[in-house]
Each structure stands twice: as C-alpha cells, then as structure tokens.
Write a protein that binds this ligand. Structure first.
Ligand SMILES: Cc1cc2nc3c(=O)[nH]c(=O)nc-3n(C[C@H](O)[C@H](O)[C@H](O)COP(=O)(O)O)c2cc1C
Length: 440
C-alpha cells in the first residue's frame, strides 16, 4: 500500500484561534463538560482519524479574564473518552518534571488497558514558569536540567512498563495460579533523581508500551525525540522550516539506530476553510477582530519566559532586536525561534504578529478552499515536510466538521488517507512496531 498520511485532532478550548470561544459557531457546551470531548472524539473517529490529542499546562494562564483556556485534567478525560469510542487513538500530555514516574507509568498502562491499546503519551518537560510554583519549587528548572531529568524519567517508565512479561498473567482458576512470578521482575532503579524498586503493579498493557509522543524542537528536544518519540508534534509557519526539521529529525532518529518510519513527524495545521478563498479570509478576519491584542502581548511575554514587551507600540514594524536571544530563553525555546524568524522575514508590526499568533500560537495557519487545504497537505506530505498533521481547527466543532466533510474526501480520493480503520490499536493506525518487552 502507498504511504498514507496520519491525522490527529488536537482539541483545545473551543478551537485553536484565541477568540474562538466567543464565536457563535463554537460549541455551546461548557469546557468542563465531558460530552464536549467525547463528541469531538466521536466525530474524528467517524472520519477515521488516527487520534485525538490533548495538551496540558500545570498552571492557570494569566489571561483567564479574557481567554477560555481552562480544561479538564487530560488523563481523566481520556478515560471517559475511551469509554465513548472504540477505534480512535487517545493521546494526552503529561510532564516529566512534575509527575512521579511510577504514577505516570501506572496511569498510562491503565488507560491502555481501558482503551484496548489506543493510548499515547505526549511527553513534555513543562516550560511554563508558573507551573514550578505549583509544585513546591523555588523557580523553574533550567531547560537543560528539565531534559536531563526527563531522560532518567524515560528509562524508569520504560522499565516499569516492561517489568511484566506479556505472558505473566496465567489466570488459571482451576489450577490456582494467577501469575508467573518469574515473569514479573523488579527494576531496582537508582539514579540521580529517582530511586524506584518496581515492578509495576499491573500487567503489561496491550500495546506493550503506550505510544510515545514528543514535541520538543530545540537541539536538546530533538535529540530527546530521536531517542524516544514514535510521533513528533511540531510547529512551523512555513514549509521550508518544516522540511529542514523533518530532514534533521529523521537523520537523528537513524543515528540512534531506529528506522526512520518509526518516528512520525506531524506538524500543526490550522485551516480556516471557505467555499471560496475570499470567504475563508472573511471568516479569519471575523475571528481576528474578536481577539484582544493585550491578551496576545501577555501570552507572548509568557513564551519568552516573562520578558517585558509592554513598551512596544502595536503599530511599528518589529525587528529581532526587540526580542531576547532565544538561546537564553529557558521556556519554549524552539517556538521563540519560530516567532523571531517570522518577524525577520515579514517585518510585521506587533499587532500583525499577535494576529498571526492568535490563529494557532505559532503553528501553520491558512485560509482557503478545501482544494487549497488538500493541496497544501499533499505538498508537505510528498515534499519531505510531514508524515501527517496535527489538525487544529480554529473553531470547534464547526471547522472540524467542514474539514471532515470537504477536505477528508479529497485526501481519500487522492489515495492519501484511509477510508476505514485496518487495525485496532494506535500502534496499528500509526504503523508502529510493538516493543518486544521482557525476554524469556
Ligand atoms: C503541538 C505541540 C503541543 C505541545 N503541547 C504541550 C503541552 O501540552 N504542554 C507543555 O508543557 N508543552 C507543550 N508543548 C511544548 C513542547 O513540549 C516543548 O517544550 C516546546 O515545543 C519547546 O521545545 P523545547 O523544549 O525543545 O525547547 C507542545 C509543543 C507542540 C509543538
């Protein structure tokens, strides 16, 4: 079969545009209503998407007065969505900096059992400065230390998931043997951050291990992804940087001794779709006019680790010197590079920059017809920029519905996307191997 692209639905607020929550076409449900997530997952499942994806931050944003960016805890949500769906993959974000590895390994193994093998973990090291203050720390760990700790975390959770052989549970009621003790082994991990005996207290999960997803794009983040990630989320505002990222990451994956098709690269794509290009642009303008530039200014400051942008006028063209050096940013370093690159190329004013980030926070946005969206996806997919996309509808559920009704059939007609599920697990959908686990 020809290579086909992978589609995730990234669920965020009432859509990815910062002002979507106010738009009349957005869902009428509260963001704390589980039916909102279940319903979106069911729509994506009916269209044979690979997965849904939930992001997470461990602190309340400072823009809650004007921005609907609160959500339910993702692992809890996945359990409820698992019970309301049967085929679609379920990916949740959880932090290596602020979670205990034993808890995390147990929660994701449980979810994989609950969903019959449909779970993925988006591994983040948590860049948000405010998160540190919620976990008893004096301040955020440095970018480098977060990744060092993340590395040790990964060896612990992998060992825990592999601490039961696939054949450990016998469940022989007549003979009175529940499990083979020789197939359940402690991990006895002694490291710089963690001292963990193991084994895990539940059997190996259907996928062996949950699918490992990662989204770091800095040099350190890419090396981490190359070692661990089976799917990589990434943000680009133009095809050229997406191609460079794709080439670099695949090469790093091979350098780690892994096959390049075992690490899928999925850039974010936020399409505003209209029956004509003019209609799509009108819809985008309508949303941009609902966005408050002062909310965007505060959010920009958060991305740059709290850097003060309050002195910058909204309508003067920006230059890279208005920003701190990305190398010195301890927060979301790679995204700051994307933003400065955009300023350098397009000489935007602060107002224009904030409008372009309001669309999808530094991911690729476009306004066009279904054909234009499908053409772009095909171009990136065949042109070495993507193995698929993290679809980020600007308004939910409206723009998801339009994408499913108008773009998905075009992709299917071109042979680029499945017309039905051929497997059961997220590993099946993504074409990923099952980790072999404990040797006999
Ligand atoms: C699609 C996508 C989703 C992300 N979701 C989260 C998230 O939910 N929580 C979080 O703390 N960071 C999230 N990140 C940030 C990354 O984990 C990473 O910290 C960031 O891209 C900066 O990369 P770096 O850590 O390599 O500098 C996300 C990034 C991308 C591209």
């Amino acid at each position: 079969m020809n290579r086909q692209l992978h589609l995730n639905l990234f669920i965020h607020s009432r859509g990815h545009h910062e002002a979507s929550w106010r738009h009349p076409a957005a869902s009428p449900l509260p963001l704390t209503d589980i039916r909102y997530y279940q319903d979106l997952a069911q729509r994506a499942e009916a269209a044979h998407f690979d997965s849904i994806f939930l992001a997470d931050q461990l602190a309340l944003g400072d823009d809650v007065a004007q921005a609907a960016r609160t959500w339910l805890e993702p692992i809890t949500v996945l359990a409820a969505v698992a019970a309301a769906t049967s085929r679609i993959g379920l990916i949740a974000t959880a932090s290596t900096t602020y979670t205990e590895p034993f808890n995390l390994a147990r929660q994701f193994a449980s979810l994989d059992h609950i969903s019959n093998g449909r779970v993925g973990w988006n591994i983040v090291t948590s860049w948000l400065a405010a998160a540190a203050r919620n976990y008893g720390g004096d301040g955020p760990l440095s970018h480098a230390e977060r990744y060092v700790r993340g590395e040790e975390f990964m060896s612990v959770v992998k060992a825990l998931w592999d601490s039961w052989g696939d054949d450990a549970v016998v469940d022989d009621r007549a003979g009175g043997v529940y499990a083979r003790e020789d197939r359940i082994r402690p991990i006895d991990h002694r490291g710089d951050y963690y001292q963990i005996a193991g084994p895990l207290n539940l059997p190996r999960c259907p996928q062996g291990r949950p699918v490992l997803v990662q989204a770091g794009s800095s040099d350190t983040g890419r090396r981490f992804a190359a070692r661990h990630a089976e799917a990589v989320f990434t943000a680009h505002m133009e095809k050229a940087t997406a191609q460079a990222f794709y080439a670099d990451l695949k090469q790093l994956v091979e350098a780690e001794g892994r096959p390049r098709d075992q690490a899928l690269i999925l850039p974010g794509l936020s399409p505003m779709i209209g029956s004509t290009e003019a209609e799509a642009q009108r819809l985008s303008r309508e949303l941009n006019e609902l966005a408050d530039p002062e909310v965007g200014r505060r959010r920009l400051s958060g991305r740059f680790g709290g850097y003060d942008f309050s002195h910058l006028p909204l309508d003067r063209p920006l230059s890279p010197s208005d920003f701190p050096d990305p190398e010195k940013v301890e927060a979301a370093r790679s995204r700051t590079e994307v933003i400065i690159g955009l300023v350098r190329r397009e000489k935007l004013t602060l107002r224009q920059l904030l409008a372009s980030l309001a669309g999808a926070r530094g991911h690729f946005t476009m306004a066009g017809t279904p054909e234009q969206v499908a053409d772009l996806m095909e171009d990136w997919f065949t042109g070495g920029a993507a193995d698929g996309f993290n679809i980020m509808p600007p308004i939910l559920p409206q723009m998801l519905d339009v994408f499913i009704a108008e773009v998905v059939p075009l992709l299917q007609r071109r042979g680029l996307f499945r017309t039905e599920y051929t497997g059961e697990t997220l590993r099946d959908h993504y074409g990923l191997a099952r980790p072999p686990g404990m040797r006999a």
